[in-house]
Ligand binder design. Structure first.
Ligand code: SF4
Length: 722
């Protein structure tokens, strides 16, 4: 067992982007070795230093418990009861929590989950748990881990969920159950680099950018851990980019600020912690490195585990843009050191490669386009970038300081890594294991540029070898199983768990919700034939919104469907005094949500990003309408390649891949409605294929156990009781 002690602390990690499966992409190995040098020497900050208020975070809720209750000092120390019994006792009325919190209510699903986690911990087993909203699953895994004394990595899908765990669930457990050390590990780019900050400060004495004075005050605060997300007044993004830690510009031990460095302090804290909160990207990078990046651990918990396949695919995808080449060429040290002629050749080869690429796939590709054959001009660019790395080596300056030596080394590695990635994406050498594609991407306000990528066709073998075969893993989410069956999830991510558990719903769905599944006239249709279908869908949505008096999410599977339906009914809603909020038209996602919560009778027209991770408890959201079953677009190269491979293997590509993906996404979508015990409302799915296709029954079985109807009058009656 990894050793650790106790007290709430805080940590961070490196932010370098993984660039590909490390056994296939030498560039990734280069990145990884950089990161090894930079393994976060954790920072620490006691729980006293934590901010008073954090943004609302969707997902599991930690109640706002009173602060004045001490943690349970008489927690079992020499208790020889099985761990499952001990944690159950903590969670039952009469246990540690209810003694500390007079209004404590035990939750049966949480107790079941905590028992399974405890047993899995004691036996060193893998566990998969589907736990719906309201279970309180954070506490259900943190509590057994803490009571077991084991060291755990807790991985979640994004920063917001990391903060939810670190600033709410963990302090709650420390305060009311048992004290222990915890660390938050974010990407390196989230932390202030003292070296870069020093340079920026000199510049800011003239520029005086808004927010910089606040940052200066933060650096005087000994409790602050360098996390730029916690600076109360946000910095302009270009200033933040100039002061954030960056592995390419970090001399690490040779840096004069090393001893005070926030990244180093974070690393120190993480080493001492019993519970280390990370995100999936860091976890996957660490796994690819054989566990060298993050501290030793006894168990890994993957929360929001339904993201794992997608995150692993992203983490192991190699991508290159012309901008990446240009930003290397723009580096002052490179311009001063490499031969002019070589620099010009790289520049010319860069232009030639991307022009050639656009000749192959068309000038402005829509969506992702397959790259099916090697691109010679791209491979020539890779050779020229290799020349550049050699030129740097040849002209290596003499008598550099330690710091400059380190930074020069990183510059050479960066050039080599780029050459390797270019060779990977333009070489199209491994079509059985990777899919190669091009898409237009945009960064900030810059014009769109082509990006060419090589994505892994499958991640299960990699995850099994690098993660699950090495450490017991607990995977949990609200959407992992299809009617209690985890075989799809198991196959996609490679996690063969000894235990698979579907917890009972935490909410009383039959009383709280109505599921409206109308038998429509038209099936979903596309292109010119879609008019009648869209008319019918728009009419259904209009009626539902009127019956619910707004307070609705209208969720679409495509931009086109959203636009077409909005054209039909959007202005009518506005004329009737509803507030319409349209994704992509009005505000960024966070602001759209804020407006939705604050406005009465609001209607949100949303796309994929509103199908999950969005939390609007209470009456503000009383109706969720899904336009159709959310099958992946068949022309996406990654989906297409995965389906093609399954077909070639004679596997059931529809029932074993396409349908389960759609069902899990549908569960996420309808799951937006009921977020607390007091919520009530209507979920509607406007897709007649639920009745007409053979797979409809499977879809029905996967939906929450709300009362079901195909009659709009039942919806009227439901809201009449509001
Ligand atoms: S070691 Fe120095 S350069 Fe690296 S992140 Fe820390 S302060 Fe910045």
């Amino acid at each position: 067992m990894a050793k650790r002690a106790s007290k709430a602390s805080k940590a961070s990690g490196t932010g370098a982007q993984p660039s590909g499966p490390h056994d296939e992409a030498p560039s990734a190995l280069d990145d990884l070795s950089d990161l090894l040098d930079l393994t976060p020497d954790a920072s620490s900050a006691s729980s006293d230093a934590l901010p008073d208020a954090l943004p609302d975070v969707p997902g599991e809720e930690a109640p706002d418990w009173p602060d004045d209750v001490a943690w349970d000092d008489d927690a079992p120390g020499g208790d020889d009861r099985p761990l499952a019994e001990r944690v159950e006792a903590d969670l039952r009325v009469g246990g540690a929590l209810s003694r500390a919190l007079p209004e404590y209510e035990e939750r049966s699903a949480q107790i079941i989950m905590a028992r399974h986690v405890a047993e899995a911990l004691e036996r060193g087993q893998h566990l998969i748990v589907e736990a719906g909203t309201g279970t309180g699953k954070g506490l259900a895994y943190i509590l057994p881990i803490v009571r077991s004394g084991k060291v755990a990595l807790l991985s979640t899908a994004n920063k917001a969920l990391q903060e939810q765990l670190f600033y709410k669930d963990i302090p709650f457990t420390q305060r009311h159950v048992q004290d222990f050390d915890a660390a938050l590990v974010k990407g390196m780019g989230n932390y202030l680099c003292l070296d870069r900050y020093g340079e920026e400060r000199a510049f800011q004495s003239l520029a005086q950018t808004r927010g910089f004075a606040t940052l200066e005050r933060m650096t005087d605060d000994e409790q602050w851990d360098g996390d730029l997300d916690l600076v109360p007044e946000s910095l302009p993004s270009e200033v933040r980019a100039r002061v954030a830690a960056d592995s390419d510009q970090c001399a690490w031990r040779a840096c004069p600020w090393f001893n005070e460095c926030y990244v180093k302090r974070m690393r120190d804290r993480a080493r001492e912690a019993q519970v280390i909160v990370v995100n999936h990207t860091l976890l996957l990078l660490d796994s690819a490195m054989g566990g060298f990046l993050l501290p030793e651990r006894d168990v890994v918990v993957i929360d929001e585990a339904h993201h794992l396949e997608e995150e692993a695919t992203r983490a192991f995808t190699v991508s290159v843009t012309p901008g990446r080449v240009n930003s290397l060429l723009a580096l002052r040290k490179l311009r001063e050191t490499a031969d002019d002629r070589t620099q010009h050749e790289v520049n010319a080869a860069n232009t030639a490669a991307w022009e050639a690429l656009l000749r192959v796939i068309g000038p402005m590709p829509r969506g992702r386009q397959h790259l099916r054959a090697p691109l010679e001009e791209g491979l020539r660019l890779a050779d020229r970038v290799d020349d550049l790395a050699q030129s740097l080596q040849r002209n290596r300056p003499l008598n550099m300081s330690d710091k400059d030596e380190q930074l020069f080394e990183r510059l050479v590695k960066r050039a080599r890594s780029l050459a390797s990635d270019l060779r990977t994406v333009f070489g199209v050498r491994d079509p059985d294991a990777r899919v190669y594609y091009v898409e237009m991407t945009r960064s900030g306000r810059r014009a769109p540029q082509p990006e060419v990528s090589a994505a892994p066709l499958g991640v299960a073998d990699l995850l099994r070898e690098k993660l699950f075969d090495r450490v017991p893993t607990i995977a949990t989410s609200a959407t992992l199983a299809i009617d209690g069956d985890f075989s799809f999830y198991r196959a996609r991510v490679g996690l063969e768990a000894t235990r698979e558990v579907t917890l009972p719903y935490a909410f009383d769905y039959p009383s709280a919700a109505l599921l409206y599944l109308p038998r429509l006239r038209f099936e979903p249709a596309f292109g010119d034939a879609s008019g009648p279908y869209l008319d019918e869908m728009a009419e259904q949505m209009r009626t539902l919104v009127e019956v619910a008096r707004g307070r609705a999410f209208l969720l679409f599977s495509s931009q086109r469907a959203l636009d077409q339906v909005y054209q039909r009914i959007g202005t009518g809603f506005e004329a009737e005094g509803y507030t319409t909020l349209v994704q992509g038209r009005d505000f960024a996602r966070v602001e759209l949500l804020r407006q939705f919560r604050e406005r009465e009778r609001a209607i949100l027209f949303g796309l994929k990003s509103f199908w999950e991770g969005v939390d609007v408890p209470g009456e503000a959201l009383s109706l969720v309408v899904i336009d159709k079953l959310p099958f992946d677009p068949p022309d996406d190269p990654v989906q297409e390649a995965r389906v093609s491979r399954m077909k070639a293997e004679g596997a059931n590509w529809f029932g074993g891949y396409v349908l389960p993906n759609a069902i899990l996404r549908l569960k996420q979508g309808v799951g937006r409605l009921i977020r607390t015990r007091d919520d009530r409302g209507v979920m509607a799915i406007l897709d007649k294929r639920i009745y007409t296709k053979g797979y409809g029954r499977q879809v029905m079985l996967a939906l929450p156990p709300a009362r079901r109807t195909e009659r709009i009058d039942d919806v009227r009656d439901f809201f009449a009781c509001d």
